[in-house]
Structure formats: C-alpha cells, structure tokens
Design a protein around this ligand. Structure first.
Ligand code: SF4
Length: 155
C-alpha cells in the first residue's frame, strides 16, 4: 500500500528529484520548527521538529490532515534541514505525516554522526520493529493490531 502511494507521488517529480528522494537526500518537508516536546517520555524537553509530508494511514482523529498529500510539500534537501536543526537543538523529532514512508537512512545517519538525538514519531509498533532500536516512537493509532503481533497460536 505504501509503496504504491510513494510511486504515485514520485511519478510527478523530475528525474533528479526522484533520485534524491529515493536516497533520502531530499524529503517532502511540510514544516520545521524549534519548540518544546508536548507528548510522551520527553515532554518538556526542547527539540527541533521536522514534519515530513505524506501519509496514507487515515486515522479519523488526525489533527494534521494537511500533511497527507506529499505533493503539497516541497522536496527539500535533507542537508539543509539538518543544518537548520543543528542551529537550534541537540534533539530532533522527525514527525509527519508518516515519516517511514520515506527513506530516513540518510537523515538519521547524518544526525547521529553530528551527535543529535533523533526521535521518530510513527505508526508504531509494526514499523518500529522493522526500523530497529535507538529511536523513540509513540503509537499514534488506537487499536493497532498489537494483539495480532503477540497473540499465541490456538493450535
Ligand atoms: S498516522 Fe499520523 S499523520 Fe497519518 S493519519 Fe494517523 S495521525 Fe494523521
């Protein structure tokens, strides 16, 4: 489902932009700002928020529906985003949208290289398990099938 959506978005971009997006060297940036984390275990701590456009999940309570259409958010060089973040904070929160629709290898490696703590807000736990450890995530969608992941076989 996600790969089909990404293909639809990328088809509308020029060849160079597509290549950079595929490598994670550009991301559809919706907004970026320095603020205080208001949720989760890091509530009250300052962080630089990077909101990446694009989401095909469709939570009915979503408060950032304007993030859903990635075509509305300009492909932005990831190095520029990182440079901006480093001016403000030693912690970055990558949010969306659903950020794991995009390649985050480049941005996370660069941030880690610069000693920036990286928190990713995503539709956990499924994608968190795929992505690995070292990041903070929170579950956004109620009733996501955690029980399906942990349910013991009946036979
Ligand atoms: S995953 Fe996030 S951005 Fe996507 S619909 Fe749900 S709350 Fe909104």
């Amino acid at each position: 489902m996600h790969s089909v959506y990404i293909v639809e978005v990328i088809v509308q971009m020029n060849t160079e932009t597509k290549a950079l997006i595929n490598k994670g060297e550009m991301l559809p940036l919706m907004e970026e700002f320095y603020t205080i984390q208001g949720e989760g275990a890091h509530t009250g701590k300052a962080a630089y928020f990077i909101r990446i456009g694009g989401c095909d999940v469709g939570c009915h309570w979503c408060d950032v529906k304007e993030s859903w259409d990635a075509n509305l958010h300009p492909p932005t060089h990831t190095d520029t985003i990182i440079t901006n973040a480093k001016k403000y904070a030693n912690t970055v929160v990558i949010t969306g949208g659903e950020p794991l629709m995009w390649s985050l290898d480049y941005i996370t490696k660069q941030l880690q290289k610069d000693g920036i703590k990286t928190h990713i807000e995503l539709l956990a736990p499924m994608r968190f398990l795929v992505f690995g450890t070292g990041f903070v995530c929170r579950q956004k969608r109620q009733n996501y099938p955690c029980s399906a992941l942990t349910k013991k076989p009946t036979n």
